[in-house]
Design a protein around this ligand. Structure first.
Ligand SMILES: Nc1nc2c(ncn2[C@@H]2O[C@H](COP(=O)(O)OP(=O)(O)OP(=O)(O)O)[C@@H](O)[C@H]2O)c(=O)[nH]1
Ligand SMILES: [Mg+2]
Length: 301
């Protein structure tokens, strides 16, 4: 498990190491210049303004003589990153009846693939899973979700092409209830927080789910494309202002050198990262573990 994450974070780790080694191998004592260089190293791993905040803390610790050597500062950075990732947060569940997870995000960020991954995890735990194809905009989208559902053993609920997404949400909730499903995962079309019509549509899906199943949606999972780094952070910030997002699925961490964005997301958006996507297959997923994640940013080859 941990190995996959370490592989996924390799590019991020290399970037970080490259930056840190360049700064730390010189063996000089800590000074203001060195701290500035460190800030730049964190920036390359895409920690954004969170990197600046961490260096400010390091500067204070240095002035208080808590951090003196370059070794101290390395340990300090790892500790700070771990602390800023917060606690691991499980998916929110319903107290009775199906747990409803609404999956949102911009075009192409990885929503449908991430639903396949979640379905597979849940089915593997013996849960009965229904997926609702509320991206009715493109026929191919419904087809893609249908193929995944078949493969991972989930039940697909879809509407006619071009159907009102909220009507599919209604049918999916009904099916989930009637079949005694444990989890309903709702796929939606990609959208930006600025697209008023599409945001209204999302509210309608939300309301429909809430009327059908008490407390639904229990989890609003926003999928973010890790390769877009600080853009993803901004997207999440803006989206969260419009819709109550309760968790992040950070997709495409494999091959991205921007894994540090996870730290910025946690801090700036204030929403826990709950899963990470590490490839294009249904098994390429891990439950987010802040200990493993912070370790994987620093340790490994
Ligand atoms: N490498 C990698 N690719 C991924 C990951 N997750 C998704 N993808 C790929 O990203 C592309 C888009 O994924 P989709 O799941 O279709 O994204 P979407 O958000 O549903 O897209 P729209 O419905 O068009 O908005 C596909 O080529 C996926 O295979 C991941 O964790 N790693
Ligand atoms: Mg999709």
């Amino acid at each position: 498990m941990f190995k996959r994450l370490r592989e996924g974070l390799k590019k991020t780790r290399d970037k970080l190491k490259e930056g840190l080694t360049a700064v730390l191998s010189i063996g000089r004592d800590l000074d203001d210049r060195l701290l500035d260089d460190l800030e730049e190293a964190l920036y390359t791993a895409d920690l954004g303004s969170t990197g600046t905040a961490i260096i400010e803390d390091a500067r204070r610790a240095w002035k208080r003589r808590e951090v003196k050597t370059t070794d101290d500062v390395y340990a300090f950075l790892q500790r700070e990153i771990r602390a800023r990732l917060g606690d691991s947060a499980p998916i929110r569940t319903a107290t009775s009846g199906p747990t409803v997870v609404l999956v949102v995000g911009v075009n192409g960020c990885g929503k449908t693939t991430s639903i396949a991954k979640l379905s597979r995890l849940l089915v593997g735990e013996g849960k009965k899973v229904v997926v609702g194809a509320c991206d009715t905009f493109r026929a191919a989208a419904v087809e893609q979700l249908g193929i995944w559902a078949d493969r991972v053993g989930a039940t697909l609920v879809k509407g006619n092409p071009g159907a009102d997404p909220a009507s599919v949400a209604f049918d999916a909730a009904k099916t989930a209830r009637e079949q005694g499903a444990d989890v309903l995962l709702v796929d939606t079309a990609g959208r930006l927080h600025t697209q008023e019509g599409l945001m209204k549509e999302l509210e309608k899906i939300n309301r429909t789910l809430a009327r059908q199943i008490e407390g639904a949606p229990h989890e609003v999972l926003m999928v973010l494309d890790a390769t877009t780094g600080q853009n993803a952070v901004q997207q999440a910030e803006r989206f969260k202002a419009a819709v109550e997002v309760t968790g992040i699925f950070l997709a495409k961490l494999d091959g991205s050198a921007k894994g540090g964005a996870a730290v910025a997301i946690r801090e700036r958006v204030g929403v826990p990262v709950k899963f990470v996507g590490l490839g294009e297959q249904a098994e390429d997923v891990e439950v987010f573990d802040p200990d493993d994640f912070s370790r994987s940013m620093f340790e490994g080859t």
